[in-house]
Design a protein around this ligand. Structure first.
Ligand SMILES: Cc1ncc(COP(=O)(O)O)c(C=O)c1O
Length: 364
């Protein structure tokens, strides 16, 4: 049996008419940037998240960068980020001219360890960026407490966690502002690059919109030296077609994850840990294995696609040599990079496909 790491086909088949209708709507209207679709999606997405404002952006990296910029974070500032994340979180900090300060995750949840944050706070620290990695929320209570105590902003990276909850509350609603990615492979994915910022602050939403629109408040009037990063009409229309089924998609991902959690029984494999106070959305089903590369080959030989999130930790990436960190400095991030393997998990996976993955992992 051949099982890809990810496929969009089951969902695309189900939404075929809606997606084509979305294209027709935009094409017939012949209006592609800053229009009705953008407005309608922003309103619907803000409602879904439970916040006042959503502002569409060109992608998730820009969403985070614009969020930081809107908070006035820039040169001379430090921002606390997890050492185990996709590089975009950290690049957003670099792009506004601030310095990323890496904090190790809890190896069980893969998310930033709140007990290690305070020792990294300096007079230059301006914000904490928790990343709800692989679809499970960070432990937000202690993070918010630390932020409050030290007067820091909290910028949530929700790129992998659309709809995930912590203590019954959706991610993106804890901090001052949050960034989402709608990269095609995300739980809510566009048919290209797209992103959004959400916040309850009118001022922050307005600044994000202006910074992402050449720094203008109205056409050809430029208050800031901004960027061009807007959600285009086509992507907004596709996202509006997909948003109504996001809860169903997440539910299906939980179905698959729970069958994996029940069925995978192999002492060489460490299964992902689910916190009692979290409802994850399983963007990624991350297992750990000392012989990860052999497991990857074993599954590959059986026709199963896998992935590594992420094979090289941020501090050992060439572009971040300037952080002055070397191998051994962030051992948990390094351990995750060396042992993590992501199993296939996508909407519409059949029981037979799930069982085949389980049997294949168990036979390793
Ligand atoms: C944790 C995290 N942050 C940020 C991003 C950036 O999003 P995008 O690819 O839309 O720029 C991604 C996704 O790629 C991500 O996984």
């Amino acid at each position: 049996m051949k099982i890809p790491f990810v496929t969009f086909i089951p969902l695309e088949k189900e939404l075929d008419q809606e997606i084509r209708a979305a294209f027709e709507r935009v094409y017939t209207r012949s209006w592609y940037i800053e229009g009705e679709e953008d407005k309608a999606f922003e309103k619907a997405f803000a409602e879904f998240c439970g916040v006042k404002y959503a502002v569409g952006t060109g992608n998730g990296l820009d969403a985070l960068m614009l969020a930081l910029k809107a908070l006035g974070i820039g040169p001379g500032d430090e921002v606390i980020v997890p050492s185990n994340t996709f590089i975009a979180t950290v690049l957003a900090v670099t792009y506004v001219g601030a310095v990323p300060v890496l904090v190790e995750p809890d190896i069980k949840t893969f998310n930033i360890d709140p007990s290690l944050i305070e020792e990294k706070i300096t007079p230059a620290t301006k914000a904490i960026m928790p990343v709800h990695l692989y679809g499970q929320a960070c432990d937000m209570d202690p993070i918010m407490e630390i932020a409050k105590k030290h007067g820091l902003y909290v910028v949530e990276d929700c790129a992998q966690a659309h709809g995930a909850t912590y203590k019954g509350r959706k991610v993106g609603t804890f901090g001052d502002v949050a960034g989402f990615s709608f990269y095609p492979g995300k739980n809510l994915g566009a048919l290209g690059d797209a992103g959004a910022v959400i916040t309850n602050s009118e001022e922050t939403a307005g600044l994000v919109r202006a910074y992402g629109n050449y720094g203008s408040d109205y056409k050809y009037h430029h208050v800031y030296k901004g960027n061009n990063s807007r959600l285009d009409e086509l992507q907004a229309a596709f996202l509006s077609a997909k948003l109504p089924v996001l809860d169903k998609v997440n539910e299906d991902r939980r179905r698959i994850a729970s069958i994996y959690l029940e069925g995978i029984k192999n002492e060489k494999i460490v299964l992902p840990f689910v916190r009692e106070d979290c409802v994850p959305v399983w963007h990624i089903f991350a297992v750990r294995c000392k012989e990860r590369d052999l497991l990857e080959k074993h599954l590959g030989d059986l026709g199963i696609g896998t992935n590594k999130h992420y094979p090289t930790p941020i501090h050992l990436q060439e572009c971040y040599k300037d952080l002055g960190l070397k191998e051994g400095d962030l051992r948990i991030a390094e351990e995750i990079s060396a042992t993590e393997l992501s199993l296939p998990l996508y909407y519409g996976m059949t029981d037979e496909q799930i069982q085949y993955v389980i049997d294949s992992v168990n036979s390793f």
